[in-house]
Design a protein around this ligand. Structure first.
Ligand code: FES
Length: 270
């Protein structure tokens, strides 16, 4: 996008051999630039550079039963997954929470897809979707997916806490943790041998860039994975919303836009 903005959007239509990509972008008045540009300024005929898709929220296509929970614009990856499962003839149910029917995306197409249960807040006195009941009714072999606002994701994580990690899948589109800005550690860039000091108030990404070293990034909130970097030594202080518990424990990858260090020094593969 103009101004060197890089944004990630879910591909909303599942197609093994796509001739085009379909995305859905909600207009967000508090946008940092992406959604407002696409809604207010982008015009038919504009050209954008597009990088290949990456998958931080993979679908288990072999699951005997899948249960999808979507809140608001979190429907975009879930809509794609539900279409894929419908095409494969796999059993699934989809719980879609939205403020009002006007707010719901893809509603006509969704209801034709199969077992789609709509939860409209304003029709339920503002009561949130009952994730606990839906999870309690799920067969033990089901795979459970959730994409939506932070309170919904927190409720999902709580409701599925006892489930095996490989059967619970979440995607964050807002940050779950604060960016680490404690500083007071050094970063050794293994490829150049440079040692940089990260001071309080700074992120690793900012310090690396200031040293004139190009480092990819997009969200700078720990939710897209663009800045993922291999850790060769030291213990990261993970603040992203992407890595699993086992990936965090392994400690060999980190998101340098938001994560810090628990050790006085980190050696990174940069
Ligand atoms: S830039 Fe998105 S996770 Fe770091």
């Amino acid at each position: 996008l103009p101004g060197d903005l890089v944004r990630h959007y879910s591909l909303a239509v599942s197609d093994e051999h796509p001739q085009s990509y379909v995305i859905a972008v909600k207009r967000d008045a508090a946008s940092r630039g992406g959604s407002l540009h696409l809604h207010d300024e982008a015009r038919i005929g504009d050209r954008f550079k597009v990088l290949p898709p990456r998958n931080n929220f993979p679908l288990n296509e072999q699951a005997r039963h899948s249960i999808f929970f979507a809140g608001g614009i979190g429907i975009t990856p879930i809509w794609s997954m539900a279409q894929r499962m419908a095409k494969l003839g796999r059993a699934f149910e989809l719980h879609y929470a939205c403020r009002s029917r006007n707010d719901a995306a893809f509603l006509d197409e969704l209801t034709k897809l199969g077992d789609v249960r709509l939860h409209v807040d304003e029709e339920c006195g503002g009561k949130p979707i009952d994730l606990v009941a839906a999870v309690a009714a799920a067969p033990a072999h089901a795979h459970l997916y959730c994409c939506g606002p932070l309170p919904m994701l927190a409720a999902f994580e709580e409701a599925t806490a006892a489930w095996p990690a490989e059967q619970r899948h979440v995607e964050y589109f807002t940050a779950k943790h604060d960016v680490a800005r404690d500083g007071e550690f050094s970063v050794v860039l293994a490829r150049s041998g440079l040692t940089l000091q990260v001071k309080p108030g700074e992120t690793i990404l900012e310090v690396v860039r200031r040293a004139g070293i190009a480092a990819p990034s997009s969200c700078e909130l720990g939710i897209c994975g663009s800045c993922e970097t291999a850790v060769l030594q030291g213990v990261p202080d993970h603040r992203d919303s992407l890595l699993s518990e086992s990936e965090r424990a392994a400690g060999d990858m980190m998101m340098i836009c938001c994560s810090g260090s628990k050790t006085p020094e980190l050696v990174l593969d940069i």
